[in-house]
Design a protein around this ligand. Structure first.
Ligand code: SF4
Length: 342
């Protein structure tokens, strides 16, 4: 029995799908995964995964012609089952065109292309909602919480260690992830936070190449602040798994509601998650025992969209601007991660 999971959404969504991969591997044996070329390294080392097939939906495989060609290559593998956590039409068509006899998807996706339609829990964490594809009898809060997982290699560990050593970051540091592709989800005071923290601990700024500008501002703030410790920009200088390895070594990660939050959950690092235009009840909040959420309660415009708009539609961005550095420092203390280091 061979099964395929098609998950071509954002990096964070791919990380949140890993408990589903584990559940399916228990049922069918190791699974194959179709995902984006960017996300492929996140799952290719996962023990539940047999083979990763990159689907370049915005490049080589774009358009209807690319979809049909890609489906033909999947057809040759003669999968028995397709599981479709991503509710897009493209995903549904891909499994259907590949002729996979059992196609399991959510009722609020494209059920006419599925053979097995599952209700998608309206509440609960996204990890549990995705698990409903394989455990349809369980819904929302009734599910056993499962944490996502990322497997790094010895090479990833060596590269992360070398990067930290090369930049003078010792065993004690805090990771900051100031970026998000949705601007309204970005907290604006990471520089000031880093400046304050640098009196006590080293700082590593993590993120993708697109976050380099933000990261440089944070590093400059620390350099100008005369703190005792250093800050280094790791954005775009490490692979995804190396970044996960760095986050895994951090005492705590401070992040917006974005992919690094899910990386930290996967590697077990205490997290301070700052929410602005979105809210944790959307199903993407942190769930570790020491994790903290920083958000502004009682703001009538909050939340203002499912993903968070590119910029505040009201112009004031009060959901984030009202969250002070002091509040975030307090949340870091609440994780207990720094207390042990004083
Ligand atoms: S409308 Fe409200 S919740 Fe949305 S970005 Fe602006 S301040 Fe934040």
């Amino acid at each position: 029995m061979t099964s395929l999971v098609i998950q071509t959404a954002f990096l964070g969504d791919v990380v949140l799908t890993t408990p589903l991969l584990e559940a399916l591997a228990l049922r069918h044996g190791r699974v194959d995964v179709v995902t984006t070329p960017a996300a492929a390294p996140l799952v290719e080392t996962h023990p539940a995964v047999r083979h990763v097939i990159p689907y370049d939906k915005k490049g080589r495989d774009r358009g209807l012609g690319g979809l049909v060609r890609f489906a033909r290559t999947l057809r040759a593998e003669r999968y028995d089952w397709a599981y479709l956590p991503h509710r897009s039409l493209r995903t549904a068509l891909l499994a259907w065109l590949a002729g996979i006899p059992r196609r399991v998807g959510f009722e609020d996706g494209w059920p006419r292309f599925y053979t097995d339609v599952r209700p998608r829990p309206k509440t609960g964490h996204e990890v549990n909602r995705l698990l409903a594809l394989v455990h349809p009898a369980l819904t929302g809060g009734a599910m056993v919480p499962a944490m996502p997982g990322l497997a790094t290699t010895a090479e990833d560990r060596a590269a992360a260690e070398g990067f930290l050593r090369e930049h003078g970051i010792g065993a004690e540091f805090i990771a900051l992830a100031p970026g998000s592709i949705w601007g309204s989800k970005c907290w604006p005071y990471y520089g000031e936070l880093a400046q304050r923290l640098a009196a006590r601990v080293g700082i590593v700024v993590v993120g993708g190449p697109e976050d380099t500008g933000l990261a440089e501002e944070v590093v400059k703030a620390v350099e100008g602040g005369g703190g005792r410790w250093r800050a280094v920009n790791a954005c775009g200088r490490l692979t995804l798994r190396q970044s996960a390895e760095v986050i895994g070594r951090a005492a705590v990660l401070v992040t917006n509601d974005s992919a690094p939050l899910h990386f930290a959950q996967a590697v077990g690092t205490p997290t301070v998650a700052i929410f602005g235009s979105t809210v944790p009840s959307f199903g993407f909040g942190p769930r570790g025992p020491r994790d903290q959420v920083v958000e502004l309660d009682g703001l009538p415009c909050r939340p203002c969209s499912a993903h968070g708009p590119p910029r505040c539609p009201l112009g004031h961005h009060r959901c984030m601007r009202s969250l002070t550095v002091e509040t975030v420092l307090h949340a870091i203390e609440e994780t207990g991660a720094l207390r042990r280091r004083d």
